[in-house]
Design a protein around this ligand. Sequence first.
Ligand code: RAM
Length: 337
Amino acid sequence: MKKIISLIVVAGLAFVSGCGKSNSSSGGSSNVTGGKKITVALMPKSKGNAYFISCKKGADKAANELGVDLVFDGPTDPDPAKQNEIVENWITLGVDAIAVACENREGISTALRKAKAKGIKVVTYDADALPNARDFFVNQATPEGIGYGLMDEAARLCGNEGEFAIITASLTAANMIEWQKYIEAHRADKYPNMKMIALRPCDDMKDKAQSEATALLSANPNLKCIMAICSPAVPGSAEAIKQAGKIGKVKLLGLGLPNENKRYVHDGVTDSVILWKTEDLGYLAVFAADALAKGDLKPGDKTIKAGPLGELQIEGDSILLGKPFIFNKSNIDQFDF
Ligand code: RAM
């Protein structure tokens, strides 16, 4: 396993250290409910997104280790209506647990509540539903940590002043909404001379991100920085900056996969890439869903022992994976995902 070195922990992470207080879930009991093997159904926001392909790798690993039957399905491209349809299918199939990354926080909640009412355990991961529509949210990192980290890094790249724009996945996904809220709060509090001039959704698609970034670059001659907060938007924006001949003039940072961004980082187009371990996120989503189905994870638990991920904190109904990392020229080649 590759060693993580020189990783700068994103500032402002608000991890509560309540270790070992009580009610630890270990996921240690047998993997059968009523004589049948546990089936966990896992859904990404979209199957074509490399981010979720990487989550799936970790999910497969957890399913193998735990002896879980893993059903995997999702829209090819982001599509909230299709997500609802798939949940309805899983209710009919009678799976034991569902783990879903939600494209539309409100939109999917009715279907998830229906699943819960039928006795199916529900976790969300990556992007949450409404709290009453699921049992737990498997959170990649605190939204404060992600939002503050992005804003600190953007301000550093811009010398604390100037115009920046955000390219987001969608205006309906809970993770994007939450992160953006903390980016703005931190900007207003710490960097009043940084001005956000635009927020553009790219539907979590690289091509659309590229055309949005191209439009932003040509309409805003004073733009100093693009902050791309969904993974396809980072290489999409990099391509736009490169083609506009603005390498180095417009800084770029975002939440992206090391493998999709290495060449842009080495070419000096992309300055910083921030992310968590996506495989671990997929692993934890399946682990938590299975533990819930077996009764090993219960409301009120403060920690969960998630196999190789060790003991993780649970804050309320949110299971925290850990802290994000910043990848740049000095360390990005050490990562392969
Ligand atoms: C995208 C997805 C996902 C987000 C990452 C950073 O691929 O929108 O929800 O967490 O980017």
